[in-house]
Design a protein around this ligand. Structure first.
Ligand code: ADP
Length: 331
């Protein structure tokens, strides 16, 4: 059986993380307690989650470019852009090291790699983030008029690249014959998402904040009216809807009538840092979609959600975003 392909089109960022006992006041300079540089961006994180949750760590460590490995049943392809700088090189190296096909990551000479400057307050874990999109903003819709061949079994997209470009990828997926199913994670949420975009979406996965912005209500309203919100997203055209609820787990409604409309409890975790939980959830869910299709039979969204909850619970037990994403044999 040939390998299945998951293509992730999205952002790649360097995360510059400073930890502090408190946020400096205007004009004040504080000495931070620690500083680190990590790889991130929702696109890159989700690509890493797809690859790690589709194969065990031990085998993968020996494989630089595991897309050449016939034994790997799922190939993960990343498409995006970085700058011609050290951050870009280290992102490409990290993704390649995990076995992701990075041939679709363009290196721009006219802009730096996207950077997220993250201030984390120790104790509370509260963070403040300033995102400079850099090369991510150079992805133009014209370049995504059609999907690269061979077309993937699943396309995964988010909103950290220009909205027009994301919309072009949705159209390109729909124009394939047969259409390529899309897992859309509209994050960070844009209230301006046109309604027709939902019609292109097989799997809509949002957290409570994103659900609230897209639905146009408070997070409290979303939490106490999940069925109403899920039905509205389905009315707009999305087939399967998943709303993740942090430590409470996740909620789903399926397009196939599978019994849902209820919360699937989170797996138990000793929480260290919840960064990366959502991206891990999405990678795991994507892998389940593709694997269930390989195995034939009807798609069970419940089984995808339960597995994604388990994978995401592992991620919250470790510090960091990309570093915290578990491999298959760790879940
Ligand atoms: P995001 O990271 O996008 O804000 P959530 O906070 O909703 O998304 O978390 C995504 C998923 O991660 C949840 O659906 C759940 O499965 C898992 N998760 C998050 N926080 C915890 C926690 N404290 N314990 C166990 N699982 C968690």
């Amino acid at each position: 059986m040939s390998r299945s392909i998951i293509t992730v089109i999205g952002s790649l960022n360097a995360d510059l993380i400073t930890r502090t006992s408190r946020i400096p006041s205007p004009g004040e300079t504080l000495t931070s307690s620690s500083f680190s540089i990590g790889c991130g961006g929702k696109g890159a994180n989700q690509a890493v989650a797809c690859v790690r949750l589709s194969r065990p760590k031990k085998r993968d460590a020996r494989l630089k470019a595991s897309h050449d490995d016939a034994a790997a049943s799922i190939l993960v392809r990343m498409e995006g852009a970085v700058g011609d700088d050290a951050f870009g090189q280290s992102l490409i190296g990290a993704l390649e090291g995990d076995g992701i096909d990075v041939s679709g990551v363009q290196v721009r000479r006219d802009g730096g790699t996207g950077v997220a400057v993250i201030l984390v307050v120790e104790g509370s874990g509260e963070n403040r983030i300033l995102l400079s999109p850099g090369a991510n903003a150079t992805l133009r819709p014209e370049a995504f008029g059609s999907l690269a061949t061979p077309v993937p079994d699943l396309l995964v997209v988010q909103l950290e690249i220009p909205l027009d470009t994301v919309l072009a990828t949705l159209r390109a997926a729909a124009a394939c014959s047969p259409p390529v199913p899309v897992l859309f994670n509209p994050a960070p949420a844009a209230a301006t998402l046109p309604q027709w975009a939902y019609e292109m979406v097989e799997h809509l996965v949002v957290n409570e904040t994103e659900a609230a912005i897209l639905y146009g209500a408070s997070e409290e309203h979303v939490r106490s009216n999940l069925s109403q919100v899920g039905k509205e997203f389905q009315r707009r055209g999305a087939r399967n809807v998943v709303i993740t609820l942090g430590k409470s787990g996740s909620w789903f409604t399926s397009g196939s009538g599978e019994d849902g409309q209820q919360v699937v409890a989170a797996a138990r975790a000793d929480v260290v840092d919840t960064t990366g939980a959502g991206d891990t959830f999405i990678g795991a869910y994507a892998v389940s979609v593709v694997q269930q299709r390989r195995e034939g039979g009807r798609f069970s969204i419940r089984s995808a959600v339960e597995w994604a909850n388990r994978a995401a619970a592992k991620a919250v037990e470790r510090e960091g975003a990309m570093e915290s994403i578990p491999w298959l044999d760790e879940v």
